[in-house]
Design a protein around this ligand. Structure first.
Ligand code: SAM
Length: 258
Protein backbone atom coordinates (compact mmCIF):
# COMPACT_ATOMS: atom_id res chain seq x y z
CA UNK A 1 0.00 0.00 0.00
CA UNK A 2 1.51 3.32 -0.99
CA UNK A 3 1.74 6.08 1.61
CA UNK A 4 -0.37 9.21 1.06
CA UNK A 5 1.99 11.97 -0.14
CA UNK A 6 2.39 14.86 2.31
CA UNK A 7 0.35 17.94 1.46
CA UNK A 8 1.56 20.56 0.94
CA UNK A 9 4.78 18.98 -0.36
CA UNK A 10 8.04 20.28 1.12
CA UNK A 11 9.01 21.53 -2.30
CA UNK A 12 5.97 23.87 -2.52
CA UNK A 13 6.92 27.51 -3.16
CA UNK A 14 6.72 29.76 -0.11
CA UNK A 15 5.72 33.43 -0.15
CA UNK A 16 4.96 36.25 2.27
CA UNK A 17 1.92 38.28 1.23
CA UNK A 18 0.42 41.53 2.51
CA UNK A 19 -2.78 41.51 4.58
CA UNK A 20 -4.20 38.81 6.82
CA UNK A 21 -4.94 35.35 5.38
CA UNK A 22 -8.01 33.25 6.20
CA UNK A 23 -9.36 29.85 5.12
CA UNK A 24 -11.48 29.95 1.97
CA UNK A 25 -10.10 33.33 0.86
CA UNK A 26 -8.98 33.76 -2.76
CA UNK A 27 -5.79 35.73 -3.34
CA UNK A 28 -4.56 37.14 -6.64
CA UNK A 29 -0.75 37.14 -6.72
CA UNK A 30 0.74 39.66 -9.16
CA UNK A 31 4.05 41.24 -10.19
CA UNK A 32 7.37 39.57 -9.35
CA UNK A 33 5.66 37.01 -7.08
CA UNK A 34 3.39 35.92 -9.97
CA UNK A 35 6.46 35.71 -12.21
CA UNK A 36 8.20 33.56 -9.59
CA UNK A 37 5.22 31.21 -9.21
CA UNK A 38 4.31 30.98 -12.90
CA UNK A 39 7.63 31.23 -14.73
CA UNK A 40 10.23 30.07 -12.22
CA UNK A 41 8.30 27.45 -10.21
CA UNK A 42 5.88 26.70 -13.10
CA UNK A 43 2.89 26.09 -10.84
CA UNK A 44 -0.35 24.91 -12.43
CA UNK A 45 -3.96 24.45 -11.36
CA UNK A 46 -4.26 22.41 -8.14
CA UNK A 47 -0.60 22.82 -7.13
CA UNK A 48 0.26 23.76 -3.55
CA UNK A 49 1.75 27.09 -2.49
CA UNK A 50 2.64 28.02 1.10
CA UNK A 51 1.71 31.52 2.19
CA UNK A 52 2.65 33.59 5.25
CA UNK A 53 1.12 36.91 6.26
CA UNK A 54 3.34 37.92 9.21
CA UNK A 55 0.17 37.95 11.40
CA UNK A 56 -1.58 34.61 11.57
CA UNK A 57 1.32 32.39 10.48
CA UNK A 58 1.59 29.90 7.64
CA UNK A 59 -1.12 28.55 5.33
CA UNK A 60 -1.35 25.99 2.56
CA UNK A 61 -3.05 27.30 -0.60
CA UNK A 62 -4.03 25.75 -3.93
CA UNK A 63 -3.56 27.29 -7.34
CA UNK A 64 -6.96 28.11 -8.89
CA UNK A 65 -5.62 29.70 -12.07
CA UNK A 66 -2.06 30.36 -13.21
CA UNK A 67 -1.81 33.13 -15.83
CA UNK A 68 1.19 35.03 -17.18
CA UNK A 69 0.62 38.08 -14.99
CA UNK A 70 -1.58 36.73 -12.21
CA UNK A 71 -1.80 33.55 -10.17
CA UNK A 72 -5.00 33.05 -8.18
CA UNK A 73 -4.74 30.98 -5.01
CA UNK A 74 -7.36 29.62 -2.64
CA UNK A 75 -6.29 29.52 1.00
CA UNK A 76 -6.90 26.09 2.51
CA UNK A 77 -5.26 24.86 5.73
CA UNK A 78 -3.63 26.74 8.56
CA UNK A 79 -0.26 25.02 8.99
CA UNK A 80 1.50 26.95 11.81
CA UNK A 81 0.89 30.03 13.93
CA UNK A 82 3.27 32.97 13.65
CA UNK A 83 6.41 31.99 15.55
CA UNK A 84 7.54 33.63 18.78
CA UNK A 85 10.88 35.25 18.10
CA UNK A 86 13.43 35.93 20.85
CA UNK A 87 13.60 39.64 21.62
CA UNK A 88 16.97 40.34 20.02
CA UNK A 89 17.72 43.47 18.00
CA UNK A 90 20.70 43.58 15.69
CA UNK A 91 22.04 47.15 15.39
CA UNK A 92 24.64 47.12 12.62
CA UNK A 93 26.32 50.27 11.31
CA UNK A 94 25.39 50.77 7.65
CA UNK A 95 27.82 49.09 5.25
CA UNK A 96 28.29 49.07 1.49
CA UNK A 97 25.25 47.48 -0.19
CA UNK A 98 26.41 43.90 -0.87
CA UNK A 99 27.86 43.49 2.61
CA UNK A 100 24.82 45.03 4.27
CA UNK A 101 22.56 42.73 2.22
CA UNK A 102 24.50 39.82 3.69
CA UNK A 103 23.86 41.14 7.20
CA UNK A 104 20.12 41.51 6.50
CA UNK A 105 19.86 38.06 4.95
CA UNK A 106 21.87 36.18 7.57
CA UNK A 107 20.34 38.02 10.54
CA UNK A 108 16.91 36.99 9.25
CA UNK A 109 17.99 33.37 8.93
CA UNK A 110 19.52 33.42 12.40
CA UNK A 111 16.20 34.53 13.91
CA UNK A 112 16.50 38.18 14.98
CA UNK A 113 13.33 40.05 15.93
CA UNK A 114 14.44 43.53 14.84
CA UNK A 115 17.13 45.19 12.76
CA UNK A 116 18.01 48.80 13.64
CA UNK A 117 20.68 50.16 11.27
CA UNK A 118 22.94 52.85 12.73
CA UNK A 119 24.86 55.64 10.98
CA UNK A 120 28.31 56.42 12.39
CA UNK A 121 31.09 58.83 11.34
CA UNK A 122 33.10 56.21 9.45
CA UNK A 123 30.13 54.70 7.59
CA UNK A 124 30.81 54.55 3.86
CA UNK A 125 27.08 54.29 3.18
CA UNK A 126 24.71 56.91 4.61
CA UNK A 127 21.33 55.70 3.32
CA UNK A 128 19.41 52.47 2.98
CA UNK A 129 16.84 51.66 0.31
CA UNK A 130 14.15 50.40 2.69
CA UNK A 131 12.02 48.67 0.02
CA UNK A 132 15.02 46.76 -1.27
CA UNK A 133 16.14 45.89 2.25
CA UNK A 134 12.63 44.58 3.05
CA UNK A 135 12.76 42.43 -0.09
CA UNK A 136 16.10 40.92 1.01
CA UNK A 137 14.64 40.18 4.45
CA UNK A 138 11.42 38.72 3.06
CA UNK A 139 13.23 36.45 0.60
CA UNK A 140 15.50 35.21 3.40
CA UNK A 141 12.47 34.51 5.61
CA UNK A 142 10.74 32.63 2.77
CA UNK A 143 13.83 30.56 2.16
CA UNK A 144 14.42 29.56 5.80
CA UNK A 145 10.77 28.87 6.75
CA UNK A 146 10.34 31.79 9.13
CA UNK A 147 6.75 32.75 9.81
CA UNK A 148 7.64 36.15 11.31
CA UNK A 149 9.50 38.89 9.47
CA UNK A 150 12.12 40.87 11.39
CA UNK A 151 11.03 44.46 11.94
CA UNK A 152 13.30 46.84 9.99
CA UNK A 153 13.87 50.36 11.34
CA UNK A 154 14.99 53.41 9.37
CA UNK A 155 18.75 54.03 9.90
CA UNK A 156 19.48 56.47 12.73
CA UNK A 157 22.58 58.49 13.63
CA UNK A 158 24.41 56.86 16.55
CA UNK A 159 23.61 59.58 19.14
CA UNK A 160 19.89 59.47 18.38
CA UNK A 161 19.92 55.68 18.36
CA UNK A 162 21.49 55.66 21.84
CA UNK A 163 19.01 58.24 23.16
CA UNK A 164 16.09 56.13 21.97
CA UNK A 165 17.43 52.76 23.09
CA UNK A 166 14.76 51.12 25.35
CA UNK A 167 15.53 51.27 29.06
CA UNK A 168 14.69 47.62 29.67
CA UNK A 169 17.15 46.18 27.11
CA UNK A 170 20.86 45.53 27.46
CA UNK A 171 22.89 46.85 24.52
CA UNK A 172 25.88 44.61 23.80
CA UNK A 173 28.57 46.60 22.07
CA UNK A 174 31.06 44.66 19.94
CA UNK A 175 34.23 46.52 20.86
CA UNK A 176 37.16 45.64 18.64
CA UNK A 177 39.51 47.11 21.22
CA UNK A 178 38.28 44.41 23.57
CA UNK A 179 41.14 42.00 22.93
CA UNK A 180 43.58 44.64 24.25
CA UNK A 181 41.42 45.43 27.27
CA UNK A 182 40.92 42.68 29.82
CA UNK A 183 37.86 44.40 31.33
CA UNK A 184 35.96 43.47 28.15
CA UNK A 185 34.46 39.98 28.49
CA UNK A 186 34.13 37.46 25.67
CA UNK A 187 30.71 37.66 24.03
CA UNK A 188 29.74 34.04 24.77
CA UNK A 189 30.27 34.50 28.52
CA UNK A 190 28.63 37.93 28.73
CA UNK A 191 25.56 37.12 26.59
CA UNK A 192 24.59 34.22 28.88
CA UNK A 193 24.39 36.56 31.86
CA UNK A 194 21.54 38.83 30.68
CA UNK A 195 18.07 37.72 29.61
CA UNK A 196 16.40 39.31 26.60
CA UNK A 197 15.40 41.90 25.55
CA UNK A 198 18.86 42.50 24.18
CA UNK A 199 20.54 44.34 21.34
CA UNK A 200 23.92 44.14 19.68
CA UNK A 201 25.74 47.14 18.24
CA UNK A 202 28.35 46.54 15.52
CA UNK A 203 30.60 49.21 14.00
CA UNK A 204 31.19 49.98 10.30
CA UNK A 205 34.11 48.94 8.05
CA UNK A 206 36.45 51.43 9.75
CA UNK A 207 35.16 50.86 13.28
CA UNK A 208 33.88 53.45 15.78
CA UNK A 209 36.00 56.54 16.33
CA UNK A 210 37.20 57.34 19.87
CA UNK A 211 34.41 59.84 20.59
CA UNK A 212 31.75 57.36 19.47
CA UNK A 213 33.31 54.59 21.49
CA UNK A 214 33.22 56.82 24.59
CA UNK A 215 29.61 57.78 23.85
CA UNK A 216 28.58 54.13 23.62
CA UNK A 217 30.59 53.11 26.68
CA UNK A 218 28.96 55.91 28.73
CA UNK A 219 25.46 54.69 27.85
CA UNK A 220 23.77 53.11 30.85
CA UNK A 221 22.63 49.94 29.10
CA UNK A 222 25.72 49.41 26.93
CA UNK A 223 28.11 46.58 27.78
CA UNK A 224 31.28 46.04 25.71
CA UNK A 225 32.03 42.51 24.51
CA UNK A 226 34.92 40.98 22.64
CA UNK A 227 34.56 38.71 19.62
CA UNK A 228 38.02 37.25 20.03
CA UNK A 229 41.58 38.20 19.15
CA UNK A 230 41.05 38.79 15.42
CA UNK A 231 39.51 41.90 13.89
CA UNK A 232 36.50 40.62 11.99
CA UNK A 233 34.94 42.34 9.02
CA UNK A 234 31.85 44.20 10.16
CA UNK A 235 29.45 41.77 8.46
CA UNK A 236 31.29 38.76 9.91
CA UNK A 237 31.15 40.34 13.37
CA UNK A 238 27.39 41.00 13.05
CA UNK A 239 26.58 37.50 11.84
CA UNK A 240 28.96 35.61 14.16
CA UNK A 241 27.93 37.52 17.29
CA UNK A 242 24.23 37.07 16.47
CA UNK A 243 24.82 33.32 16.19
CA UNK A 244 26.59 33.29 19.55
CA UNK A 245 23.68 35.18 21.17
CA UNK A 246 21.08 32.87 19.58
CA UNK A 247 22.93 29.80 20.85
CA UNK A 248 23.22 31.24 24.38
CA UNK A 249 19.89 33.04 24.90
CA UNK A 250 17.80 32.58 21.75
CA UNK A 251 15.67 29.75 20.40
CA UNK A 252 18.31 27.39 19.13
CA UNK A 253 17.24 24.63 21.49
CA UNK A 254 14.49 23.35 19.15
CA UNK A 255 14.84 21.59 15.81
CA UNK A 256 14.03 23.17 12.44
CA UNK A 257 10.40 23.11 11.32
CA UNK A 258 10.03 22.18 7.69
N1 SAM B 1 38.60 49.62 13.59
C1 SAM B 1 38.92 48.50 12.88
C2 SAM B 1 40.03 48.69 11.93
O1 SAM B 1 39.84 49.35 10.88
O2 SAM B 1 41.03 48.06 12.18
C3 SAM B 1 37.91 47.61 12.23
C4 SAM B 1 36.50 47.62 12.65
S1 SAM B 1 35.71 46.07 12.35
C5 SAM B 1 36.05 45.82 10.67
C6 SAM B 1 34.01 46.50 12.34
C7 SAM B 1 33.26 46.25 13.61
O3 SAM B 1 33.19 44.86 13.88
C8 SAM B 1 33.86 46.83 14.86
O4 SAM B 1 33.54 48.21 15.03
C9 SAM B 1 33.26 45.96 15.95
O5 SAM B 1 31.95 46.39 16.30
C10 SAM B 1 33.19 44.61 15.28
N2 SAM B 1 34.38 43.77 15.57
C11 SAM B 1 35.24 43.24 14.68
N3 SAM B 1 36.13 42.45 15.29
C12 SAM B 1 35.82 42.47 16.62
C13 SAM B 1 36.38 41.84 17.77
N4 SAM B 1 37.42 41.03 17.69
N5 SAM B 1 35.79 42.09 18.97
C14 SAM B 1 34.74 42.90 19.07
N6 SAM B 1 34.16 43.53 18.01
C15 SAM B 1 34.70 43.32 16.79
Amino acid sequence: MSATPAWPPRSAPRLFVKGELAAGQQRAIEGPQAHYLGRVMRVGEGDAVILCDNFSGEWAARVVTAGKREVVLEIADHLRPREDVPDFTLCPALLKKPRFDQVLEKATELGVAKIRPVITRRCVADALNMDRARTVITEAAEQCSRTALPELFEPQPLAQFLREWPEDAVLWFADEQGPEDDTVPPAATAFAERWPPAGLLIGPEGGFDDAERDLVRDHLQARPVSLGPRILRAETAAIAATAVWMAAMGDWTGSAET
